[in-house]
Write a protein that binds this ligand. Structure first.
Ligand code: NAP
Length: 293
């Protein structure tokens, strides 16, 4: 079994992006600028956004963090989004989710200009991805594809089972794996909470991608010998032995699966860092895409 090291691969990608930023600076070009809107004080969201700002610093991007109170009205948030849409200095921006209950996430997603939608969540971005047109691809599925590519995992003609059908992970993952591309060209089965005989289907997977948010859900008996296993799940599980009071746990039971699979992503250090690197890749390509979207 070989570890698919997302942490190391993400560092490589960041080094490549930093080189590109230096080239941009050398020719007097504009350094990419990512903005993030954070509404309220959710602990995990604070960490995610802080990491995104740190990542920007590491590669030499400009970044702007806009903090808004949890009780902000939906209209006031939409006004901030409109300002970012119109601000030519900002190449791309994200609105960190989850948002407070009184704000409609769909309305927020729809308000983001497709030209600056570096999270790749807007209907325009998703539609263009389905048609294999240039666009921003949602960071997590894009990060998984990049990991498969860099480890030269053969995907053509393989049976890929994707567990979970969310708009930001499972569904785009299934589309990307079935596209006529490399990686891609897999025969894809997408399973979800209404799928009977899920364990049987998982056992037929050459490539198993799990994104459900249920710690240790996939166990060794659900995995075929030699399968490639990608664990997207990240759940904070209480752990008194940690200073933080929690540890991060994936959807795959690592100990029982590692003895059966050929490759596996660890949690942490697998898909998470690749997601962060993908957001930087999307921001880097925002200037080039702006004229096409
Ligand atoms: P989500 O929106 O909650 O979607 C979960 C999906 O899993 C749904 O489609 C649901 O099915 C399915 N599901 C739930 N229980 C199931 C079961 N017992 N059997 C089969 N399918 C089941 O979650 P998400 O946003 O996709 O995130 C999934 C996990 O990935 C979470 O742990 C999240 O924290 C993590 N994540 C990690 C990264 C990263 O960078 N590593 C990025 C994003 C998300 P239904 O549609 O039928 O309800």
């Amino acid at each position: 079994m070989q570890i698919l090291d997302g942490k190391q691969t993400a560092e490589q990608i960041k080094a490549e992006i930093a080189d590109e930023v230096n080239r941009i600076k050398a020719r007097g070009g504009k350094v990419p600028h990512l903005a993030a809107i954070l509404v309220g004080n959710d602990g995990a969201s604070e960490t995610y956004v802080a990491n995104k700002v740190l990542d920007c610093k590491q590669v030499g991007f400009d970044s702007t963090l806009i903090r808004l109170p949890a009780d902000i009205t939906e209209q006031a948030l939409l006004d901030h989004i409109q300002q970012l849409n119109e601000n030519s200095d900002i190449d791309g921006f994200i609105v960190q989710v989850p948002l407070p209950k009184h704000i409609d996430e769909t309305r927020v997603t729809l308000a983001i200009s497709p030209a600056k939608d570096v999270d790749g969540f807007s209907p325009a971005s998703v539609g263009r991805m389905c048609l294999a047109l240039p666009t921003f691809i949602s960071a997590t599925p894009n990060g998984v594809m990049e990991l498969l590519k860099r480890y030269q995992i053969e995907t053509a003609g393989k049976h890929c089972v994707v567990v979970g059908r969310s708009n930001i992970v499972g569904t785009p993952m299934s589309i990307l794996m079935s596209r006529n591309s490399n990686p891609g060209n897999a025969t894809v089965t997408l399973v979800h909470s209404r799928t009977p005989n899920m364990a049987d289907i998982c056992r037929t997977a050459d490539i198993l991608i799990v994104a459900i948010g249920k710690p240790d859900f996939v166990t060794g008996d659900m995995v075929k010998d030699g399968a490639v296993v990608i664990d997207v799940g990240i759940t904070r599980v209480a752990d008194a032995s940690k200073a933080s009071g929690f540890r991060l746990t994936g959807d795959v039971h690592f100990e029982s699966v590692k003895t059966k699979c050929s490759f596996i992503t660890p949690v942490p250090g697998g898909v998470g860092p690749m997601t962060r690197a993908s957001l930087l890749q999307n921001t880097l390509k925002a200037q080039a895409l702006r004229d096409q979207l």
